[in-house]
Design a protein around this ligand. Structure first.
Ligand SMILES: Nc1ncnc2c1ncn2[C@@H]1O[C@H](COP(=O)(O)OP(=O)(O)OP(=O)(O)O)[C@@H](O)[C@H]1O
Length: 273
C-alpha cells in the first residue's frame, strides 16, 4: 500500500491548498527541488521523489516523525549529502552541477542554523559572530576580535544587537545559556548576509520558554529582512505559527503541502500515527 494512503488520506493531491498553485505567477523562486531521491546503506530509501518549489520570502515548516528525511532533504539541497537522483535549483543555481569553488560560494549565501549551535566556546561572543563573515573576507584572522577590521566589528555588533545580546559581546561563549548561545549562532548566521536560511530544529535543545523566545526572535528577523526560510520542527504549533506553509514528510515522501493558514494541528498530528 502506498505510504501516503496508510492511515490518512494525505496524498499531495488531497491537501487543502496546493502551494505550487498558490504562488503568484512571476514570484522569484529561491529553491526548487524536483524528483529528489536518496538512499543510504543497503538501499534503504530515505527520500522518495520529493518535489518542492519555495518562492522568495516564504517561510516553510518541514515536519515529520523522527527519521523521515527532513535533515537529509536540507542537507541534500546544499550537497552536504549527495542525492541519488533529482534536480535541485538553489538561488538560481543547479546545485548538482556545481564544482567545488562554486558550491562553496553558494553555501556562503545560505545561512544554516542547527540544533547544536557549534560556537567556538573558548572565544568571545563577538569573535564567534565575526566568524560568520569569513566566507566574504579572505584572511585567517578576520574573526579575531582584535585583528578584524573596524567595519566588520561594527557589523557584528549590529547583528548582536538584533538578537538582543550586544552587552554580551566580550563574554566567552562557554559562559552563555543554551538560549543565548543559539541567539549568538543566529547573529553569526546574519553576519554571513545570507539570501536564504535553513534551520534544522533550531530550538530542539532549549526549554519551552527559551525555545519560544528564540523561535519568535528568529522568525521576526527573517521576516523583517524578507529572507526565505526552510526550517524543520517537531513543534506542530511552531510549524503553524512560524511557517507560511507546512510541508510534511512521511517515510521520505511529501504527504502534506499546504498554506499554514489552511491547516490545523490535528491534521498535521495524523502524520505521526
Ligand atoms: N549519513 C547517513 N548515513 C546513513 N544513514 C543516514 C545518514 N543520515 C541519515 N541517515 C538515516 O536516514 C534517515 C533519515 O534521517 P534524517 O536525519 O534525515 O531524519 P529526520 O526526519 O531529520 O529525523 P529527526 O526528526 O530525528 O531529526 C534516518 O533513518 C537516518 O538514520
Amino acid at each position: 500500500m502506498p505510504v501516503a494512503r496508510l492511515a490518512i488520506n494525505l496524498t499531495p493531491a488531497a491537501v487543502p491548498v496546493p502551494t505550487g498553485a498558490a504562488v503568484a505567477a512571476g514570484t522569484a523562486t529561491d529553491l526548487e527541488v524536483a524528483g529528489l531521491c536518496k538512499s543510504f546503506d543497503r538501499g534503504r530509501q530515505v527520500l522518495r521523489d520529493v518535489s518542492l518549489r519555495v518562492p522568495k520570502g516564504q517561510a516553510v515548516a518541514l515536519v515529520g516523525a523522527n527519521g523521515t528525511g527532513k535533515s537529509t532533504l536540507l542537507r541534500c539541497c546544499l550537497r552536504l549529502i549527495e542525492p541519488d537522483r533529482g534536480r535541485i535549483t538553489l538561488l538560481g543555481r543547479e546545485v548538482r552541477n556545481l564544482r567545488r569553488a562554486a558550491l562553496r560560494s553558494l553555501r556562503a549565501e545560505v545561512g544554516f542554523v542547527f540544533q547544536r549551535h557549534n560556537l567556538v566556546t573558548q572565544l568571545s561572543v563577538l569573535s564567534n559572530v565575526l566568524h560568520g563573515a569569513q566566507a566574504r573576507h579572505a584572511g585567517p584572522h578576520v574573526w579575531y576580535q582584535t585583528l578584524s577590521p573596524r567595519n566588520l566589528r561594527e557589523e557584528a555588533m549590529q547583528c548582536l544587537e538584533q538578537v538582543g545580546l550586544a552587552d554580551f559581546a566580550a563574554r566567552r561563549a562557554d559562559r552563555l545559556s543554551g538560549g543565548q548561545s543559539q541567539r549568538v549562532a543566529i547573529a553569526r548566521t546574519l553576519m554571513q548576509r545570507p539570501r536564504l536560511m535553513f534551520a534544522d530544529e533550531p530550538v530542539a535543545s532549549l526549554d519551552p520558554v527559551a525555545g519560544e523566545e528564540v523561535m519568535e526572535l528568529f522568525s521576526d528577523l527573517i521576516r523583517r529582512q524578507g529572507l526565505t526560510l526552510v526550517f524543520t520542527s517537531h513543534h506542530v504549533d511552531h510549524a503553524l505559527r512560524f511557517g507560511d506553509r507546512v510541508v510534511a514528510l512521511r517515510q521520505g515522501a511529501i504527504v502534506i503541502d499546504s498554506a499554514a493558514a489552511a491547516l490545523d494541528a490535528q491534521t498535521i498530528r495524523q502524520i505521526y500515527d
